[in-house]
Write a protein that binds this ligand. Structure first.
Ligand code: GLN
Length: 445
């Protein structure tokens, strides 16, 4: 059924960049046989799903939607996919994304952007736009994406689905093609909160191959029936600056729902949020410029055809292989890391990162979780992001703070704007407390 849906709708949505129909059917058949033998199935067994194009799949193209990785087939599976595969997940194909996960609209993809199933003149969001479009359009039961500065939550918000960014270190990054290693985190995109909790329990496993990976510190699914009576939900004022009216109205209504569920809304201020965007774009670009140094035409993917020597080959490969946004960020990253500017930008941003972390710590002394918008607006029209990079970066204002400090956050649909486009509400938890935000989202849902 999912393959039929892909056949019918992928031409319009551009959610998948490759479809693995044969292996999906073979995997599904195995599960069918198991069912016929009357054997019980695990939580993800036989469920058709999709992976973002930056998650390594052995023998299957993993191009990060970049020309420079055209034809690159990893020789190993990412930990998250290995784990899901062992549990009988059925992979339908790989999904579209912004090139190297850099973007907020999916339009920096070398395959063109994914469209929003609610209105195909609008973007699906980014960077995991393909997975969000596939899940919202009924082309997969769930997707696995990555979130460096909002790439799971923002497209989930734009497409009206649930997206969870776990605590940094909960899910192994082994085999996730790195954008900014100290921010990147893998998580699920689903149609409901229960699925997100189920998947979190499955994928958040300790892995010695990722030295930052500790696995989960809570069990999510079993927490979904906890009452919210007496729980304190912080409303951080800084997240509510400059919201579209429809987003504000939807969030106000969500607050009322929580009050009716017995929670107490507590006004909170985190003034350090004003540093979040510059800190994120300085540090993420610095890490990206280093991580992307490996694409030299020798080790992976494409290589320039005509060149005079090694340096010329590398220069020609990188000039032709990387798109404009990626080049922009590599330049910004090398600039802030260069001698003479390091102290003024990189070091200062690292110091501010610590300051923002402390600010969140003191916020969580006053409340159990935070409620905020996921994005100040709903899905933007195609073409908006290409016009002004800085204006696009500003739309990440509500999603980047938790990546800077490593906290878990999710986006859950909470209404629509005047034209019927989905609005997302963001719930932010303390480190290791995915159970708290998933339960709060479940009670709302
Ligand atoms: N939009 C943000 C960026 O462009 C976030 C991307 C992400 O989370 N991968 O960097």
């Amino acid at each position: 059924q999912y393959l039929d849906k892909i056949e019918q709708k992928n031409g319009e949505l551009n959610a998948y960049t490759c479809v693995t129909a044969d292996t999906a059917l073979a995997a599904a058949k195995k599960v069918d046989e198991k069912l016929a033998r009357g054997e019980a199935l695990g939580p993800v067994e036989g469920v058709p799903m999709t992976l973002k194009a930056n998650i390594s799949t052995k023998g299957l193209e993993t191009d990060c939607c970049s020309k420079i990785l055209e034809g690159y087939k990893p020789v190993y599976d990412a930990a998250v996919w290995q784990n899901l595969q062992e549990q009988g997940a059925v992979l339908l194909g790989k999904c579209n994304m912004d090139e190297f996960a850099m973007g907020s609209s999916c339009e920096t993809s070398c395959h063109g952007g994914a469209k929003n199933p609610h209105d195909t003149s609008k973007v699906a969001g980014g960077s995991s736009g393909g997975a969000a479009s596939a899940v919202a359009g009924g082309l997969a039961a769930y997707g696995i994406g990555s979130d460096t500065g909002g790439s799971i939550r923002q497209p989930a918000s734009f497409c009206g689905i649930v997206g969870l960014k776990p605590t940094y270190g909960a899910v192994s990054r082994f085999g996730l093609i790195a954008y900014a290693s100290s921010f990147d985190q893998i998580g699920p995109l689903t149609t409901c909160v229960e699925d997100a909790a189920r998947l979190f329990d499955v994928i958040a496993k300790k892995d010695p191959r990722d030295s930052t990976c500790t696995g989960a510190h809570c069990s999510a699914l079993s927490a979904l029936q906890n009452s919210l009576k007496g729980k304190k939900i912080g409303i951080p004022a800084e997240y509510f600056d400059g919201l579209r009216e429809s987003v504000q109205t939807a969030l106000d209504k969500a607050g009322e729902v929580y009050k009716a569920l017995g929670a107490e809304l507590v006004p909170i201020s985190i003034p350090e949020i004003k540093y979040a965007l510059p800190v994120y774009y300085i540090l993420a670009c610095a890490e990206a410029s280093s991580n992307l140094g490996r694409y030299d035409g020798i080790r992976y993917g494409m290589k320039a055809e005509h060149y005079t020597g090694v340096n010329d080959m590398i220069e020609k490969t990188r000039s032709a292989g990387f798109g404009k946004e990626v080049k922009h960020r590599i330049l910004l990253g090398t600039y802030v890391l260069s001698a003479g500017y390091y102290d003024a930008y990189y070091k200062k941003a690292q110091l501010l990162r610590r300051k923002i972390r402390r600010a969140f710590q003191s916020a969580f002394e006053k409340c159990d979780l935070l409620l905020a918008p996921t994005v100040p607006m709903t899905a933007f029209p195609q073409g908006f992001s290409g016009q002004d990079a800085v204006e696009t970066y500003q739309t990440d204002i509500c999603t980047v703070p938790v990546n800077i400090v490593g906290l878990p956050a999710l986006s859950v649909p909470c209404g629509t704007d005047e034209s019927g486009m989905p609005v997302g509400m963001q719930l932010i938890g303390n480190a290791g407390c995915e159970d708290v935000i998933l339960n709060a989202a479940f009670q709302y849902e």
